[in-house]
Design a protein around this ligand. Structure first.
Ligand code: GLN
Length: 486
């Protein structure tokens, strides 16, 4: 059952080949048998899941099912879930049980989806390997000596290993796309403002977006459709109708123009990855896509710009964790100052503390103009590069997603800069606010890699359609890590 696509699962439920309870139990059994080793889930919620499944079965029996009714999913543990611990990969929130649901949790519940549990992640979504999680690293199902990518490491590992058919994820600088590339999945980060951030624990508010990781663009389209839309509870959410992502999948892509930015194809990419991305370009040419060389001259500045903007926002967002209202509280502090210091010192891990210090520094008097203001100006230039390309008739931009296949545990964890450079191809889309996705394009020595599509604002439907057409012509996305296929 776990190798079925979402439309196949929906058909199976509708035709009573299996019930949602049976489907849910199948996944719960797999989690019990296989996740001990992978560590994708930090919390499994069998009772909640089986109750949701029973409700879904009743809807199906009454002929009131939608395309997602009764289908299980995993939720990244960054989304608040009422009555279920929401720890965000941090000791700080280890005992935090949210009193309310994030908007996307509410929306997916309302579609009749069944939440299997909460997924492991880098602490406060800061990381590219899932090694900063308080709950320990997640193993890559393709090679358990390697990282699954991050910060959505639990999300990708659970889908890649068949421990959920689909999962939610978030992307501040690449956390949906880089892990998707490293585990042979399709991951999409929509336009900033397309999906509500209400109830999604904030890392860098002007960059954070929720999306999904899936086994195909088609599966992703179904859940993105349900998650997207205006939310009055999020002032940055955009009041604009959602395109029909699912029926948008059938279009021909002949005559579309895709830009190849020379800065993204410079040195730095592993030769095996380059060859596969070039092969993907040839496949798209065969489908009638035209390619044009373009330049996004400021894109090499995106990593340094991000590492000013994101920590600045993080230092402000994380100021709320003071040991007073919720989260970890140090024992026996003798003054308020000591309570703050010790609660934060004990509750936050090393990477989070590093980001808070960088953020506080770049925002401090005397450095604000030199760093923060400067970074905001460069951010604008990066945005202008994309704007110019799209105004010049480029429909989408194509690039690699990650410089290489999954690396081994510990390879980069002692070198923050090497870790930060992981996101060299993904960060610009967050700084510009545009949608971007990653999809599988082959294997280097048995390890998967992917390529990235970036689009103009609100072009999710077009991007997903191009990905879908590519997936109709290729079968990379259908490959499973052997141990988890059966
Ligand atoms: N790897 C980047 C970071 O550590 C991006 C993380 C993300 O997208 N949440 O900040």
């Amino acid at each position: 059952m776990h190798t079925h696509s979402l439309p196949e699962l929906a058909a199976g439920l509708r035709e009573k080949k299996f019930s949602s309870r049976e489907l849910t139990q199948h996944y719960l059994n797999r989690i019990a048998a296989l996740d001990g080793d992978i560590n994708a889930y930090v919390t499994v919620t069998p009772e909640r899941a089986l109750a949701q499944a029973a409700a879904a079965d009743a809807l199906i029996a009454a002929g009131k099912a939608g395309p997602l009714t009764g289908i299980p999913l995993g939720q990244k543990d960054i989304f608040c879930t009422k009555g279920v611990r929401t720890a965000c990969g941090s000791k700080m929130l280890d005992s935090f049980v949210s009193p309310y649901d994030a908007t996307i949790v509410e929306k997916l519940d309302a579609e009749g989806m069944v939440m299997l549990g909460k997924l492991n992640m880098d602490e406060f979504a800061m990381g590219s390997s899932n090694e900063t999680s308080y709950y320990g690293p997640v193993k890559n199902p393709w090679d358990k000596t390697r990282v699954p990518g991050g910060s959505s490491g639990g999300s990708v590992a659970c889908v890649a290993a068949g421990l959920a058919p689909i999962a939610t994820a978030t992307d501040t600088g690449g956390s949906i796309r880089q892990p998707a590339a490293l585990t042979n999945l399709t991951g999409i980060k929509p336009t900033y403002g397309r999906v509500s951030r209400y109830g999604m624990i904030a890392f860098a508010s002007s960059l954070d977006q929720a999306g999904v990781v899936a086994r195909s663009a088609e599966d992703a389209a179904y859940v993105m459709q349900a998650m997207s839309g205006f939310d009055p509870k999020d002032s940055t959410s955009v009041d604009r109708p959602v395109d029909d992502l699912v029926s948008g999948l059938g279009h021909s892509i002949k005559g579309l123009t895709i830009g190849l930015p020379k800065e993204y194809f410079a040195d730095g990419m592993a030769p095996g990855v380059r060859a596969l991305v070039e092969q993907a370009i040839e496949t798209l040419k065969g489908l009638g896509v035209r390619f044009k060389d373009i330049s996004l001259p400021n894109s090499p500045l995106s990593v340094p710009t991000y590492y000013v903007v994101a920590p600045a926002e993080a230092s402000s967002n994380l100021a709320r964790f003071d040991g007073v209202r919720y989260g970890h509280r140090a024992e026996g502090a003798k003054s308020l100052g000591e309570l703050y210091e010790r609660s934060r010192g004990e509750g936050f891990g090393a990477e989070v503390q590093r980001r808070i210090m960088i953020g506080t520094y770049v925002l401090s008097h005397g450095y604000y103009d030199a760093y923060y203001l400067q970074a905001q100006k460069v951010r604008r230039l990066i945005y202008d590069d994309f704007k110019r390309a799209f105004a010049d008739g480029i429909d989408l931009v194509l690039s690699p997603t990650a410089t290489d296949v999954a690396f081994k545990f510990g390879d980069k964890s002692d070198d923050p800069v090497a870790m930060y450079l992981n996101d060299i191809y993904t960060i610009a889309a967050n700084l510009a606010g545009i949608p971007a996705m990653s999809l599988p394009c082959g294997f280097v020595d048995g390890l998967p890699t992917g390529f990235q599509l970036m689009g103009n604002f609100f072009s999710e439907a077009r991007m997903l359609n191009v990905a879908h057409q590519f997936q109709q012509a290729t079968d990379f996305h259908k490959q499973w890590p052997t141990e988890f296929a059966s």
